[in-house]
Design a protein around this ligand. Sequence first.
Ligand SMILES: *[C@@H]1O[C@H](CO)[C@@H](O)[C@H](O)[C@H]1NC(C)=O
Ligand SMILES: *[C@@H]1O[C@H](CO)[C@@H](O)[C@H](O)[C@H]1NC(C)=O
Ligand SMILES: *[C@@H]1O[C@H](CO)[C@@H](O)[C@H](O)[C@H]1NC(C)=O
Ligand SMILES: *[C@@H]1O[C@H](CO)[C@@H](O)[C@H](O)[C@H]1NC(C)=O
Ligand SMILES: *[C@@H]1O[C@H](CO)[C@@H](O)[C@H](O)[C@H]1NC(C)=O
Ligand SMILES: *[C@@H]1O[C@H](CO)[C@@H](O)[C@H](O)[C@H]1NC(C)=O
Length: 754
Amino acid sequence: MNTSHLGISLLLLLCLLSSTLQVHSQSSPDALSMKALKASLGNPENLGWFDPDPCKWKYITCWNNRVTKIQISSHNLTGSLPVDLKNLSSLIVLEVTYNQLKGPIPSLTSLRSIRLDYNPYISSWEIPESIKDATALQIFTADVANIWATIPDFFGRDTFPALKVLRLAMNNLEGSIPSSFAKSSIETLVLSDQNSISKLNGSVAVLQNMTSLTLVSLYANNFTGPLPDFSRLNSLEHLDLKGNQLTGIVPFSLVNLPKLSTVYLNNNFLQGPTPEFDKSKVDSDIGDGFNSFCLDDPGVACYSRVNVLLSIVESMDYPVVFAQSWVGNDLAVTLNSGRESHVTLDVSNNHLYGKVPNFRPSVSVETAGNPDVQNYTKVSPAEAPHLSLPRIPPSTDDLDRNSNASYNLGYVIVAVYGLIIIIGLGVFMYVRKGKHSRYWRLLRFATNNFSDRKILGRGGFGTIYEGDLPDGSKIAVKRMKAGALNEQGLKEFKSEIEVLTKVRHCHLVALLGYCREGNEGLLVYEYMSQGSLSRHLFNWKEEGLKPLEWSQRLRIALYVARGLEYLHGLANQTFIHGDLKPSNILLGDDMHAKIADFGLARLVPHKGRHSIETRLVGTLGYIAPECIVTGCVTTKVDVFGFRVILMELITGKKAIDATLPEDMVHLIPWFRRMHTNKDTFRTAIDETFGVDEETLASVSKVAELADHCCTGEPSQRPDMNHVVNVLSSLVEVWRPVELVYDDIYGINLNRDEP
Ligand SMILES: *[C@@H]1O[C@H](CO)[C@@H](O)[C@H](O)[C@H]1NC(C)=O
Ligand SMILES: *[C@@H]1O[C@H](CO)[C@@H](O)[C@H](O)[C@H]1NC(C)=O
Ligand SMILES: *[C@@H]1O[C@H](CO)[C@@H](O)[C@H](O)[C@H]1NC(C)=O
Ligand SMILES: *[C@@H]1O[C@H](CO)[C@@H](O)[C@H](O)[C@H]1NC(C)=O
Ligand SMILES: *[C@@H]1O[C@H](CO)[C@@H](O)[C@H](O)[C@H]1NC(C)=O
Ligand SMILES: *[C@@H]1O[C@H](CO)[C@@H](O)[C@H](O)[C@H]1NC(C)=O
């Protein structure tokens, strides 16, 4: 054997070796565990896992033939996670969010990222001690994952030196935040909205030592006591503490944080001056609800007597029972009525704790039934200087200028005594406010708690928010706020649901869901990325948009016409929209237009009659004349509204624009005047799109159609069938290639209930 032969044999041997290795490598050491996973899922077919080698499965990542990542979120998976998963000793990422998994969570030790969110059917579980073995853990998220009991105390730096994200919102946790959190590297802490009866409670003082925090969300719990000092939380950007029972003064250290961009403190019992956040940098909600800042003006100090009272309750750590009955700065007025020489401070049967401060001898204090109140002890003024009330002189800024200092405490006591009665009501309202369905909560999550930054628009009866779903898709959520659901609001809410659950069409915006709680209502729609037609027609400059081209306008007109045609007859019943205008026409990707806002829509009871008696509602400038006179509504009303839209598409002018010269304020008469001759008509056309001869011909045809729709006598107006025919022939001439033939009627046969 010469050397070249040796070389070849070696090569062959190597090839052989490597191919056997290859064969060998096909059965990953994790294959059994992964098959166990597949077998324990109720519907593994959703994942398309068929290859014998789990490393070739979708949503699975391997390294060195070992499974390192399982990312099977949002597959509607049922079944459970098998205990065998613990054999996956290289697994570092486990993501199973938005499924319907049941059963316990296996113990996993190698993990760096665990995401279990939105598995509401997992049987109630506690975070297991065994998770402590995953010492490299960086992310643990389990919102809506049916976790019970208390938050374990091992999330500190000692156990998890790298933990950055801890999310446990909307579970059934109770008890308080463990003090071990003080020593943690957590940046994102989300414990909001627990479902348990007692919710999370106790103080939030531990936050002051969690110096890595950037996002804190503890809203809708039962936290009490004052806000801590925030001066060491220099990275904090988002703080959401709304809907707790926090009391005391909002510290300056919070107001002054350099990176703060959102802060929600509403629906607590905070006191003292209204904090003044920099509006240009901070999105804040501190006001409505039960907070009792002394003055509405931010940054303005309270009257001195209020400060006195605040300093008393400070010594008791601002008991919630006082704060709930706080009356802002009007204290001095309230107090004026109580000049008794002997008063009783009755705080019995509460949850006060700490030392009872030193009161005048004429004050008797009832503290029975407060298990944590230390026995009444006299404290000398030296020990508690801020309690030495009689030494504080009456101040000129007090409303009650006649009082003398010795009455101060009497007033205080009487106020407290009297106001405790109010509490019952306050708590009752608070509890009512807190009861929202899970669906409601999910929507609140999607819209970032109905953040102002998510507002897409406002209507008469509600605000529309953008919502982000976990799969990256978007929704639009219309919130009809408390108070808005009065008689008319409720009517519109119901009408919208009634109509949109009966009609489905690709040119009508789809209702995806809705819920109502008391006098608040939420409607969920498909998200229309380009916003309203009025935005593109009238506000394009301010919004930095491109003006619409004629071909786009023509197609928008056709789509709206098709939507109306369907409403008026192609659906087995006849509906009237009743409020057609550019702000109710929404554009999606590719400027695909859909009709929205069916709050005023009506079902015509008998097909063929096409008209109903109804109260006049709708928008001036778009209402048909016969309805202003008789108050009736027919499908021709929509035809009338539609032709105003045609005129707006042609001219780029609004139906009524009070900023224009008098003869141009009302679009319809002006348009008809301009349309009488070819030269004036040319000048009426929106100059933002170029008008060559071909365009002009098309525009003129549409103008004729608009004129025809416009005739005063309803019976002479064409119906939408005719309008659709005219427009589709124009669109065809204009851009034959763009016409979607399978979309002639655009009927969506999928009629699933939302
Ligand atoms: C997991 O490991 C245990 C022993 O630690 C073994 O009994 C079991 O069969 C393994 N399961 C799988 C699916 O490999
Ligand atoms: C999820 O599964 C349920 C049945 O378990 C089914 O009714 C539902 O339609 C599924 N949803 C999706 C989005 O596949
Ligand atoms: C909150 O705590 C109070 C007492 O501190 C208790 O009465 C109440 O039931 C708790 N839960 C809620 C949801 O308010
Ligand atoms: C918090 O709630 C628990 C019940 O879950 C209760 O035992 C405890 O006393 C409460 N603590 C405070 C400070 O209210
Ligand atoms: C915060 O840390 C300081 C020491 O750095 C300690 O004295 C204080 O008790 C801690 N506070 C809380 C609420 O953990
Ligand atoms: C408080 O003191 C009174 C006597 O002054 C005593 O009878 C009572 O038992 C004490 N209460 C407690 C809780 O220590």
